[in-house]
Design a binder for this molecule. Structure first.
Ligand SMILES: Nc1ncnc2c1ncn2[C@@H]1O[C@H](COP(=O)(O)OP(=O)(O)OP(=O)(O)O)[C@@H](O)[C@H]1O
Length: 425
């Protein structure tokens, strides 16, 4: 046996019975089991967190239904790879009469035209598409593809299932390596895995490798933490670091450093980060941190989001870079962010205060008779399209929620406000 095969790969379930924690799909009444038994295979999408068995289930379906299995990853493949597989699949159809399975990992990373390239082959029945995604497919999978596929949700493994898997993993490790480890405490492994079976098995393998010739055979939480904390950065390049790097990226833009912004952007792109995730974070930053100091930032970030969806990798990097630099060098204000937070706190504190009568809608005579809308002043009937009146409930009529930031755009806003609302500004 090849000693270099990772433990998680050796332990990849071969039958539905071996798959842990997905009984709603693999149990006696499970939909995937029924589908295999009845031989009614349609295109489907597995939606679930990493390391919960999406690839594994697709492989089992292929094995048990006797269909050829093609696998592409949406991170590294493009339309040309899809076309090549489809051509090959058509030949397979002629040959065996059973359309092969095309498994696309991280299908949400395909842009619209890449996803569209699959449609025709799915409609014609040349391939059975199985897509795997960690993101909500209603947002990330084009509707034409979604309407032709069944979506199945996979769950993160429960505490008990993870405990079971630790036993399976350590038993197999002992058998293959001739060791005698007992894992006395499991919490540290389980906490670290976050419900991801692959991560759990990898960490068991990593920790046991470390203690292999040390004389220690009974593993407790502190042993696990010691090894994992030391090696985490190296071995988990897209896990823990993912959050640190996005955080450094956001902080660079907030702090006005275009060099930091582009550097961390490059780290994310090089590490295969989802470009939509990056664009979404910039969209939020545009409103939260640039805000009214330069409202155009939101427009730019939104265009960036649209553009990278159309363009995809690798050119998306150019659009992301322009946006990141623009956001970093824009003047900053968090006034809109603060205003809505203050307002929400006020609503929580004061509850459902009644709407002042003059602001109410008065569509019926009865309502008019009750003074709804009475004495409401129509701003355009007044000089400068403005007239002073109360827009807040009586109880809080003097609160000020929006405080203009200290920047050129909001200074102008402030001057205008002072003229109109001189009791507040
Ligand atoms: N439900 C499960 N039961 C048992 N083992 C599992 C399960 N899910 C994953 N594993 C283990 O984790 C490894 C990786 O699983 P798999 O590739 O199926 O995950 P995935 O959901 O496709 O993850 P990703 O989205 O990260 O590709 C498997 O080889 C297996 O050892």
């Amino acid at each position: 046996m090849n000693q270099n095969i990772p433990l998680a790969e050796k332990l990849r379930p071969k039958t539905l019975n071996d798959v842990l924690g997905q009984e709603h799909l693999t149990g006696d009444k499970g939909t995937i089991r029924k589908m295999i038994e009845n031989n009614t295979l349609n295109s489907l999408i597995f939606w679930g967190p990493p390391g919960t068995g999406k690839t594994t289930l697709a492989e089992i379906i292929s094995e048990q239904s006797g269909r050829k299995f093609y696998k592409l990853s949406a991170v590294s493949s493009g339309v040309k790879d899809v076309r090549d597989v489809i051509e090959d699949a058509k030949k397979q159809n002629l040959f065996s009469g059973k359309s092969p399975i095309l498994f696309i990992d991280e299908i949400h990373r395909f842009n619209k035209s890449q996803q569209d390239s699959l449609l025709h082959a799915v409609e014609k029945g040349w391939i059975v598409l199985i897509g795997a995604t960690t993101e909500n497919p209603s947002f990330e999978v084009v509707s034409a593809l979604l309407s032709r596929s069944q979506v199945y949700v996979l769950k993160a493994l429960s505490y008990e299932k993870l405990e079971e898997l630790i036993d399976i993993a350590s038993e197999r490790y002992n058998k293959d390596e001739g060791t005698d480890f007992t894992i006395l405490e499991k919490e540290a492994f389980i906490q670290y895995s976050g419900g991801d079976a692959r991560k759990l098995i990898n960490s068991v393998e990593l920790v046991l490798n470390q203690y292999k010739n040390s004389g220690t055979t009974e593993i407790i939480n502190s042993d696990v933490l010691e090894v994992l904390q030391e090696t985490m950065a190296l071995y988990d390049k897209n896990g823990e670091q993912h959050y640190d790097i996005i955080s450094a990226f956001i902080k660079s833009m907030r702090g006005g450093d275009p060099n930091g912004a582009v550097y961390w952007l490059a780290r994310m792109i090089a590490g295969g980060e989802d470009i939509k995730f990056i664009a979404r974070r910039m969209l939020i930053l545009a409103a939260e941190d640039v805000g009214l100091a330069n409202p155009n930032a939101l427009v730019v970030a939104n265009s960036c989001f649209q553009a990278i969806n159309v363009i995809g990798n690798p050119e998306a990097r150019i659009i992301l870079s322009e946006t990141a630099v623009y956001l970093a060098v824009s003047p900053k204000s968090n006034s809109a962010y603060m205003a809505i937070n203050e307002a929400l706190a006020l609503v929580k504190q004061t509850g459902n205060l009644p709407v002042p009568l003059h602001l109410r809608n008065a569509p019926t005579k009865l309502m008019k008779d009750l003074d709804y809308g009475k004495e409401y002043k129509y701003a355009h009937s007044y000089e400068g399209n403005f007239v002073e009146q109360d827009f807040l409930p009586e109880e809080i009529r003097n609160v000020k929620l929006y405080e203009p930031g200290n920047n050129a755009t909001e200074k102008k806003i402030y001057e205008e406000l002072k003229k109109k609302w001189n009791n507040k500004y």
